[in-house]
Design a protein around this ligand. Structure first.
Ligand code: HMN
Length: 293
């Protein structure tokens, strides 16, 4: 389980000028992250726009990442989708290409009962022998994961943890306690990395890590060494940067624009996620400088 702890970047997808998946650019970005010192990459999640891609495109993104850094980093494939059969197909593909775990949100769009979500997740879990990480993000899926469903899922050896993007650190702590020994809890809101870690998270998976991996690694290493004041100082610095990122027209667009300034052109986010207009590029450049300084 060690390999899933610490800092895992929720990776952005790479597109070419035409807006199609660009495997070469994805490999370059994955290489950049491998050099940064993070533990792993989460592919095709919220930041990775998995929900905006076809099943085929999602496979292409994952294949590129695993081929480039699959031997060095822990690769978690997000396989959540609207239809269970798409998720199962993606999970089998993830296994076939060599990802280390799969993860999924509840099936999206329909208002689903807990039984329905359980069936959805179970089909994914049963489709391969890979470890499974539940992805709890009620603000986008509308599904409130109960402690009882969490416990039921966590009883299986293959279900190794939950990534919690809900903002309640109390819920995080409760899920950690309910999951029992050896059940991982991974922090979602990057603004609360240290808070999540302090209350029981084993690490985190986040999108903004992708533009400042070094800063999150600093928070993590300070925390592990018991230097809480120092960790807090870095978290506060990170949070001012996140405030700036969130004030731009789209968070993912802003992060992609920053990566482009560093020589990693991943294209624009897919609509309906907005690109950053030229009029905002100066702000993006200033922000990039602030992060690098
Ligand atoms: C992912 O699946 O891409 C992310 O790991 C999800 C993650 O929790 C992000 N949440 C959303 O994008 C909704 C955060 O990294 C978030 O971007 C960050 O905390 C800024 O608010």
């Amino acid at each position: 389980l060690e390999r899933f702890k610490g800092i895992t970047i929720a990776m952005y997808s790479s597109y070419n000028e035409a807006g199609d998946v660009d495997q070469k650019a994805a490999r370059q970005l994955a290489r950049y992250y491998a050099k940064s010192g993070v533990k792993g990459l989460y592919v095709g999640g919220s930041s990775g726009e998995g929900m905006l891609q076809s099943v085929e495109e999602r496979k292409q993104m994952l294949e590129a990442v695993v081929a480039e850094v699959g031997q060095e980093l822990t690769i978690i494939a997000h396989v959540g989708a609207a239809a269970t059969r798409d998720s199962v197909e993606l999970a089998r593909h993830a296994k076939a290409v060599g990802a280390h775990a799969v993860s999924a949100v509840p099936a999206i769009y329909y208002r689903l009962s807990p039984q329905s979500v359980e069936t959805h997740w179970q089909e994914i879990v049963d489709s391969t022998d890979l470890p499974f990480i539940i992805y709890h993000i009620p603000q986008t899926t509308g599904f409130q994961l109960s402690k009882s469903l969490l416990v039921k899922m966590a009883e299986q050896d293959k279900v190794i943890g939950v990534k919690i993007s809900a903002e309640s650190t109390f819920e995080l702590q409760q899920f950690k306690a309910a999951g029992g020994k050896d059940f991982l809890v991974l922090n979602g809101p990057d603004e609360q990395y240290l808070a999540g870690r302090s209350i029981g998270a084993d690490g985190g998976i986040g999108g903004t890590y992708g533009v400042m991996p070094e800063l999150f690694l600093k928070i993590e290493s300070c925390y592990v060494q018991g230097q809480v004041a120092e960790a807090q100082k870095w978290q506060f610095i990170v949070n001012e940067l996140i405030v700036e990122l969130l004030s731009l027209p789209s968070l993912y667009g802003a992060c992609k624009a920053i990566l482009k300034l560093r020589g990693y052109d991943t294209g624009e986010p897919r609509l309906p996620l907005l690109p950053i207009p030229a009029s905002e590029l100066k702000r993006v450049e200033d922000l990039n400088q602030r992060i690098l300084s």
